[in-house]
Ligand binder design. Structure first.
Ligand code: UDX
Length: 441
């Protein structure tokens, strides 16, 4: 009999994991405590924009014509415990309000609600990103005969489906052989396709996730620090990144300078990691992450100053600023800690008339920043603008026609906060093109 799997929490991580498990051939029951989410998922609708996820979901959700019927959703923890052999906990661990530490309340309530119903022999698998030491504590909340494993997830938004079905590596922190055996069964397909399967203890598995994200954040802030030096010295950070990236010990990935990292993971994960290291008496080991965070936040301010300078150096009052991009990265509608919206918000607070356009993030942006101006297209955002800021590198923006935009802008000045547009094309169309960390023409 194939294993039966449940997934608790159906956000980015859980919805994708549940659909992927059904794709791998398992019977899956997903649980969420938000009724609207369950209703949407049951209709085969995804509550966020994630390429390929809705198709995968519709391929498996029971009741949808032509589906495998292997995927269902519920709000009932007792039903989940009764149904599953392996229970994946995929709930959110956001940053605590006003603190660096991670808010474990969703994880704690998921364990609290599930534990009393579990049958001996069940395996609970934590996937959420948690402070090191959490697995040890959570294992103590489970009844006799129920094992816990920690299996961090490395998916990127925008590539969630592919990252889940074809991960770079599978990491499982386990205590007993049985947990490892069950997880080898769950992940048999990707492992057979060559995905490395790394077995560790609990703390190492938890740390793999936070250290991987810290490394990525460090790489981005490193190149952004080089951008600051390039700006001071008249160098070109894009050329610098290209050149150092040819050393394959360094590599080209995650070396795009600009307004820095945002989203629901990297910023809060490095902060929670610092907070946890402090509790463990290892704060010195991670003081560098504070610098990584400050370089990152500084770039948002630098973008605001670049815009001010482009407008003549004075106040933003009465100036029209077009902002292309609201999501924290392309191919996502996620605006959590979005550098683009942060820059737009700062300029707005200083009196600028800001008009934002994003291909998918508008609804979330409007909800979070209702006082900003919004347009339905890039062209409409740029109409009458004194300066254009390119802040999220959607393909749609790379394919814009600079001549068409130039015809409606008040001034042909574009500032590339993502180093992703082609300077030659924009300059040839009569625009003043400037990018972070690069010399003016
Ligand atoms: C990240 C990790 O990549 C993923 O492995 C983990 O599971 C969750 O956190 P995600 O938040 O989806 O994924 O986005 P990612 O692609 O890592 O980008 C994060 C931010 O860094 C974005 O704001 C992006 O614009 C920025 N970034 C990325 C840069 O500024 N420069 C780069 O070179 C790369």
């Amino acid at each position: 009999m194939p294993l039966k799997i449940t997934v608790i929490g159906t956000g980015y991580l859980g919805a994708t994991h549940a659909a992927a498990m059904a794709e791998l051939g398992f019977e899956v029951l997903g649980l969420d405590v938000v009724p609207e989410k369950i209703e949407m998922l049951t209709r085969g609708e995804v509550p966020m924009y994630e390429p390929g996820l809705e198709e995968l979901l519709r391929k498996h959700v029971a009741g949808i014509e032509g589906s495998s019927g292997r995927l269902r959703f519920t709000m009932d923890f007792a039903e989940v415990a009764e149904f599953g052999d392996v229970h994946f906990v995929c709930v959110n661990t956001p940053q605590k309000h006003g603190e660096y530490a991670c808010d474990m309340s969703y994880v704690d309530s998921a364990f609290g609600a599930l534990a009393p119903h579990l049958k001996p022999g069940a395996l609970v698998v934590g996937k959420s990103t948690v402070p090191v030491g959490s697995a040890e504590r959570l294992a103590g909340l489970l009844p006799e005969g129920v094992e816990l494993a920690w299996n961090p997830e490395f998916l990127r938004e925008g590539f969630a489906v592919d990252d889940t079905l074809h991960p770079d590596r599978i990491v499982v922190g386990v205590r007993g052989e049985r947990a490892e055996k069950l997880l080898r069964e769950v992940y048999a397909t990707p492992v057979a396709e060559g995905t490395p399967f790394v077995v560790t203890d609990y703390p190492t598995a938890e740390l793999v996730k936070t250290s991987a994200n810290s490394f990525l954040a460090t790489k981005i802030s490193f190149i952004n620090a080089m951008a600051e030096v390039c700006e001071a010295a008249g160098g070109d950070v894009a050329k610098l990144a290209e050149a150092i990236g040819y050393d394959d010990r360094i590599g080209h990935k995650f070396l795009r300078a600009g307004i820095g990292f945002g989203g629901g993971c990297l910023p809060k994960d490095i902060r929670a990691f610092m907070a946890r290291a402090g509790e463990l008496g290892a704060d010195q080991a991670l003081t560098f992450l504070r610098e990584i965070d400050s370089v990152n936040m500084r770039r948002r301010g630098a973008m605001v100053e670049m815009a001010r300078e482009a407008l003549g150096g004075g106040a933003f009052l009465g100036k029209r600023v077009a902002v292309l991009g609201a999501a924290f990265k392309p191919d996502s509608d996620d605006v959590r800690d979005s550098p683009a919206l942060n820059v737009a918000g700062q300029i707005h607070l200083q009196g600028g008339q800001v008009t934002v356009y994003d291909p998918k993030g508008m609804e979330n942006a409007r909800r979070l920043f209702p006082t900003l101006g919004y347009a339905d297209s890039a062209l409409e955002a740029v109409r009458g603008a004194d300066v254009v800021l390119h802040l999220t590198e959607w393909r749609e923006f790379r394919e814009l026609d600079p001549a068409e935009l130039g015809a409606v802008a008040a001034e042909r000045v574009i500032l590339d906060g993502r180093n992703a547009l082609d300077p030659v094309v924009w300059r040839e169309a009569g625009w003043t093109y400037r990018a972070m960390g690069r010399p003016s023409a």
